[in-house]
Design a protein around this ligand. Structure first.
Ligand code: SAM
Length: 302
């Protein structure tokens, strides 16, 4: 049975994007089209929705979900950091709304077979693309080929993992005996390197390591920075950007970009404080607990 992804902060995002029926809207992380489905209802025949995702299976799901949409729908398998190219390829100059719902979907976590979950024994890939090219970085390359210092650096920087040094050391010790090729082999190394008290915490002891590896493999931080910059340039005056993030590093990037733009009188931050899910949403969908939504409106032509 296919796992369905429950969209997070859906109503809050839609309300704050203030979409008009004839708008050109970009869903930069369309996945199975949960948010997009609700958006297409607001668009008329003159409106366009362009959905981007790196995951071909997600796009197939979106395609069938949006098959009856009354607006124009364009789906693109690609990376949102290539937004300029994607828009140019589709002969699109300017957009009215764009949003990013960052991270990975419940389906990718549960059934992609690419090693996103520490609860399943899968190969250590962590790529959003289903068929990574030979030159695509994978979690396995990081764990087996990178230096101890470099591994510790990313665990600390992208995972804020306080046991980073010990975990990196244990990974290197184990891989000298034999390569670490699966998620559960990596979890075993993390368990060996962390105190029992850490393993008994509510959050699984491998959470931060897996997060850090995924962010590094997909170059998520640089990708987001670039995409925000392009998104701003491509927006019409009064165009809006919405971003839902799930951890502090991403949120910081979004917050700083928006603040920077507003200080240069390039637009208005509509969320002085990020919008958070209600207690009810967190109860119904625990994945939403760390979500933060920020909205920016461009007010001057660039
Ligand atoms: C949290 S899900 C989005 C959920 C979606 N809004 C919904 O309601 O179903 C994030 C999606 O972003 C995609 N993704 C992650 N990084 C990407 C990138 N750099 N470019 C394009 N898609 C990306 C993932 O493959 C995943 O499908």
């Amino acid at each position: 049975m296919t796992m369905t992804h429950t969209s997070v902060l859906l109503q809050e995002l839609i309300t704050n994007l203030e979409i008009k029926p004839e708008d050109f809207v970009v869903d930069a992380t369309i996945n199975g089209g949960g948010v997009s489905e609700a958006i297409t209802v607001l668009l008329n025949k003159q409106g366009t929705l362009i959905g981007i995702d790196l995951d071909e299976d997600a796009l197939k799901e979106a395609q069938s979900r949006l098959s009856n949409a009354s607006c124009r729908v364009i789906l693109v398998e690609g990376n949102y950091r290539n937004l300029n190219q994607i828009l140019s390829d589709n002969h699109i100059a300017n957009i009215h709304r764009i949003f990013f719902d960052l991270g990975l979907s419940s389906r990718q976590l549960g059934e992609s077979g690419r090693g996103f979950s520490f609860k399943r024994d899968e190969p250590l890939l962590m790529t959003f693309t289903k068929h990574p090219g030979e030159d695509q970085l994978t979690a396995s390359t990081i764990v087996n080929d990178w230096s101890e210092e470099h591994i510790a650096d990313i665990l600390l920087g992208y995972g804020e993992e306080k046991n980073a040094l010990r975990i990196a050391r244990e990974i290197v010790r184990r891989r000298k005996l034999e390569p670490i090729t699966t998620t559960l082999e990596l979890v075993a190394a993390i368990k060996e390197a962390t105190p029992l008290s850490y393993q008994r915490k509510k959050i699984h002891c491998a959470t931060k390591v897996f997060q850090a590896l995924r962010i590094t493999v997909n170059d998520e931080i640089e990708g987001l920075r670039e995409a925000l910059h392009t998104a701003y340039n491509r927006l019409t005056v009064n165009g809006r950007i919405g971003v839902i993030s799930f951890h502090s590093i991403e949120d910081r990037i979004v917050k700083r970009a928006f603040k920077n733009w507003s200080e240069q009188n390039m637009g208005i931050v509509h969320t002085k404080k990020p919008i958070r899910p209600t207690e009810e949403e967190v109860q119904n969908n625990p994945r939403s607990r760390s979500a933060k939504l920020r909205i920016f409106e461009k007010t001057t032509a660039c």
